[in-house]
Design a protein around this ligand. Structure first.
Ligand code: SAH
Ligand code: SF4
Length: 474
């Protein structure tokens, strides 16, 4: 989500006539887009600002801006700790970045943090702004912002606000537009994507839907005799997945408690929706899951995972896990290891619990887990995750897979990096110069726990995207 916000900030600056600088020393404007989900991101901001202080004293006309969710949280504190910052903006006013920079030039330092987005202001959704994408064949599409859940460790609801979905019709238009530009892969973004649309259907006429209602909730909802308040994520997957030119649809992140069979069916029915499900487990202990407010048990998670694997052929399953949540005992941690082993994840992002100000878990100080114990658990967990990842990856050796080329590979000049439909990085050996966006068939030759190695068999399609120049919509 933050990376996507960064693309928008760059897009806005480019639309205003700026060009990317090759180094910090050459830049006229430096924007630090921040994340506050875990404490180390916090610390890195102040370190980075410290480094920029010298640059700013040598070049006073340099403008430094700080945006993102850490700015939303820290507000004035940023300028207090770093007086050389010109602009601080939050998560609800990314669209004002350029105006704020101009204002700061004439009026001096400015802080603008909005508590929430103005209703109906779809410009506040990052996808509605100009963009400067890293690659041209792939696009992110924010389908929803904010989060209505109350996971006790998580700062997102307080810095990104309540859940608001973008109208269904608007998303389809945007996706069609992407397809016309030659984008072949779309990733749907949200904090809880599978509850997408619940808020939209709340305020509609359920008996006799108007054109407005259809734009808000989509044709599938309007055509259904049983029109009710419901999430529309399955409908969205099917609609975006059926657009001509869109070969791959991905999404992050769904919440296990909201993963319905309708979604599994939509994933399996739509050829473009990739066989990859990132389903954050967080913990395998029922008492910790309950203290986290996750709304499922370890067994329920496993049932959902089994159902998804049964319904979607060759599904890759990945997850997020936190160790050292307050009160986590050795037994709780063993439960996590057991669920992780049983789920046989293809990979996992693993974290040590980080105390985030304002969250319920931050108050449970008497139950905090000793840091050394948490580190030990983290290392054990990594071993179990890496073991299943390696097995899953080795299983793919000898297969022919469809990959989408991303660019240069760290493995050397005879390789390019590509991604399989299961979202696995594959270093592809080839002496042909394959442009990013190329689809190819490759044979998997080798595997480690975090990547595959393959050889080119056949090029299926070359990229069709046009290079786009961001345009500011007045
Ligand atoms: N909305 C997404 C999560 C976004 S945050 C979801 O529900 O899956 C990404 C991940 O960061 C979370 O899944 C969680 O594993 C981790 N995380 C969030 N807050 C954390 C905290 N306080 N300490 C450690 N990890 C945390
Ligand atoms: Fe945070 Fe939970 Fe919402 Fe994810 S679902 S953003 S972890 S509160």
């Amino acid at each position: 989500m933050n990376e996507h916000d960064s693309e928008r900030i760059s897009g806005l600056l480019e639309a205003d006539g700026m060009v990317p600088a090759v180094s910090e020393e050459e830049a006229d404007v430096i924007v630090l887009n921040t994340c506050c989900i875990r404490e180390n991101a916090d610390n890195r901001l102040y370190g980075a600002l410290g480094n920029l202080k010298t640059l700013k004293s040598e070049k006073p006309e340099l403008q430094i801006a700080v945006g993102g969710c850490l700015a939303q949280k820290d507000r004035e504190l940023i300028q207090e700790r770093a007086k050389h910052v010109d602009v601080v903006f939050g998560t609800h006013n990314v669209q004002n970045a350029v105006t704020l920079l101009k204002k700061a030039k004439t009026d001096g330092p400015v802080i603008e943090i909005l508590e929430e987005i103005v209703e109906g202001d779809y410009e506040a959704f990052p996808s509605a702004l100009p963009v400067r994408r890293e690659v041209d064949h792939r696009a992110w599409m924010t389908i929803q912002i904010g989060c209505d859940n109350t996971c006790t460790y998580c700062i997102v609801p307080s810095v990104r606000g309540p859940e608001i979905s973008r109208p269904f019709g608007q998303l389809l238009e945007e996706a069609k537009d992407f397809a016309l530009q030659g984008v072949t892969e779309i990733t749907l973004l949200g904090q809880n994507v599978n509850s997408y649309g619940r808020d939209l259907t709340k305020n509609l006429k359920h008996n006799d839907p108007s054109d407005f209602d259809i734009h808000q909730a989509g044709l599938a909802w309007a055509d259904n005799q049983n029109r009710r308040v419901k999430p529309l994520f399955a409908d969205l997957l099917k609609s975006v997945g059926s657009l001509e030119g869109i070969e791959r649809v991905r999404f992050i992140s769904p919440h296990p408690k909201d993963l319905t069979s309708e979604i599994v069916e939509a994933m399996s029915a739509s050829e473009s929706v990739c066989e990859h499900l990132h389903l954050p487990l967080q913990s395998g202990s029922d008492s910790i899951l309950s203290a986290m407010h996750r709304g499922y048990t370890g067994e329920r998670f496993l049932e959902k995972a089994r159902e998804a694997r049964k319904g979607i052929e060759d599904l890759s399953l990945t997850t997020d896990i936190i160790v050292g949540f307050p009160g986590e005992t050795e037994n709780d941690f063993t439960d996590t290891l057991e669920v992780v082993a049983e789920a046989a994840f293809d990979s996992a992002y693993t974290f040590i619990f980080s105390q985030r100000p304002g969250t319920a878990a931050a108050e449970m100080t008497s139950e905090f887990v000793d840091h050394d114990i948490a580190v030990k658990r983290y290392e054990t967990l990594r071993k179990v995750v890496n073991r299943s990842a390696l097995l899953k990856h080795k299983d793919r050796i000898g297969r022919i897979e469809e990959v989408l080329v991303e660019g240069k590979s760290k493995k050397g000049t005879d390789f390019v990096t590509a991604r399989t439909r299961q979202n696995k990085v594959i270093h592809l050996e080839t002496n042909e110069s394959l442009k990013p966006g190329t689809f190819a068939q490759v044979e998997v030759k080798d595997a480690t726990y975090n990547y595959l190695v393959g050889e080119l068999r056949e090029i299926i399609a070359t990229p069709k995207h046009r290079k786009r120049i961001p345009v500011m919509a007045e």
